[in-house]
Design a protein around this ligand. Structure first.
Ligand code: ZN
Length: 134
């Protein structure tokens, strides 16, 4: 299957975490890239990722997107967004679950995380978003 953001989204909807792997230099990317940014090769294939990683950086968000507001997040109920360093190497930004976003001083960089998928939206607009849980 061609490496596109639509195909990546389809995998997410199936609760599969797929990245791209360069056939030439072996670099792994998430979100997947049809062209390897390391060596410029276009021989890139899908690779299944373990979904294990650790928290590299994070921020708590008090005023989010309309979608997040509809999901019940606001100033009084913030959520956590972070950068996750995957076991396979790439870093990806995602929502971080099972942490107390109201007490960010209790959230530690280096916390082990596993992949999760959050469904949001209704009907045809329903789709899965990448998240990680502590
Ligand atoms: Zn490469």
């Amino acid at each position: 299957m061609e490496i596109t953001s639509a195909a990546f989204q389809q995998f997410l909807n199936q609760k599969k975490l797929m990245g791209s792997k360069c056939k030439k230099c072996g670099a792994v990317h998430l979100p997947p890239r049809p062209l390897c940014p390391e060596c410029g090769a276009t021989e890139v294939e899908w690779t299944s990722l373990s979904g294990k990683g650790k928290l590299a950086a994070f921020t708590t968000i008090h005023v989010g997107t309309t979608l997040m507001a509809q999901a019940g997040y606001d100033r009084k109920n913030p959520y956590c967004s972070g950068i996750v360093q995957l076991a396979e190497g790439p870093k990806v930004s995602a929502r971080i679950l099972n942490v107390d976003a109201q007490n960010p001083q209790g959230i530690k960089v280096g916390t082990p995380l596993t992949v999760d998928f959050v469904e949001q939206g209704q009907g045809d607009n329903k789709k899965s978003y990448l998240a990680f849980k502590a």
